[in-house]
Write a protein that binds this ligand. Structure first.
Ligand SMILES: [Zn+2]
Length: 302
């Protein structure tokens, strides 16, 4: 399919917007030419939805997922209330849900200010005491009805112990918080390599076309480490060239496409890339979780 046709289909059912204090600096272009949405977009059963993506704080992204059919609007994390309010006002959307991935302040800071009448806050049950205003506690395995589509809650511990992710299978979208990043993963503050690897392996098992909305713009620095452990990965080399161009003009590198992460993100490749195994000292007796742990440690020392 030619990119123009693809773009036309894409915009018909799926609109990604960037709304910022400085729109020209953050003009966001989905990388349509690099990724296939064909199978998903050709289905008439795909619900229409809209995602607004905008920068918050120094390097967080804010996300609002809007369902035009019901008017439901979900905030995914709340790094800063002001930016969310501004986008809600501009779009004329009414917030109905806040989905918190984990308890860190740059993910829940705007909860109480945004929690007006009719807003339900859903967050990790293991971190409920530190999720301001939480109503519904989830730990993974739940299915949430959010407007005309559903979200599956995935256990995503490792960065924090109770971290969860929100996967929308009908939309081929996952909000991964600080678990999976573009070309990287979150720091392992609390979890174990086994726990973190289990979270990442679950995400790796999702379909290639899944769009990964991660919470920070870390791709360029993540990519430097990725290249240090897998310098001959041509997919990674090509990807980093695009990332550098995008960042040079202030464009976002989020969302990313899961299929591309599988080919280039070292934290999804410790059990399959001999080059990473050699460079990080992974041995034949290491389990995939132990391999992940060694890569995570190498990144911490990078
Ligand atoms: Zn965090």
């Amino acid at each position: 399919m030619k990119s123009r046709q693809l773009a036309s289909r894409f915009s018909a059912a799926f609109t990604v917007l960037s709304t910022t204090q400085s729109p020209t600096a953050w003009a966001f272009q989905p990388a349509l030419s690099n990724h296939s949405f064909g199978s998903r977009m050709s289905s008439t059963r795909v619900p229409k939805f809209e995602i607004a993506q905008f920068p918050c704080r120094s390097d967080n992204y804010g996300f609002l997922l809007h369902d035009p059919a019901t008017g439901n609007t979900c905030a995914i994390d709340t790094p800063c209330a002001t930016s969310y309010k501004k986008v809600l006002d501009e779009k004329g959307w009414k917030l109905t849900h806040i989905l918190n991935t984990h308890r860190h302040y740059d993910h829940v800071d705007g909860n109480l200010e945004l929690k007006t009448e009719g807003v339900t806050i859903i967050g990790p049950k293991n971190e409920r005491k530190e999720i301001p205003g939480i109503d519904t506690k989830v730990g993974g395995g739940e299915e949430l009805e959010l407007g005309s589509f559903k979200a599956q809650v995935l256990e995503a511990g490792g960065h924090t112990d109770g971290h969860v992710a929100f996967y929308f299978p009908e939309l081929s979208v996952i909000f991964a918080g600080d678990c999976l990043f573009s070309l990287g993963c979150g720091k392992m503050f609390e979890g174990t390599p086994t726990q973190f690897w289990s979270s990442l392996e679950t995400m790796r098992s999702l379909p290639d076309e899944t769009m990964v909305y991660c919470a920070h713009e870390y791709t360029e620095s993540n990519g430097k480490f990725a290249l240090s452990v897998e310098p001959n990965n041509q997919v990674l080399i090509d990807r980093m060239a695009v990332v550098k161009q995008k960042r040079a003009r202030g464009a976002a590198t989020v969302p990313t496409v899961l299929g591309e992460e599988k080919k280039a993100n070292p934290f999804l490749r410790g059990d399959i890339s001999e080059e990473i195994q050699q460079n990080v000292g992974i041995t034949a007796t290491d389990s995939p979780a132990e391999a992940f742990g060694k890569i995570r440690k190498a990144k911490d020392n990078f």
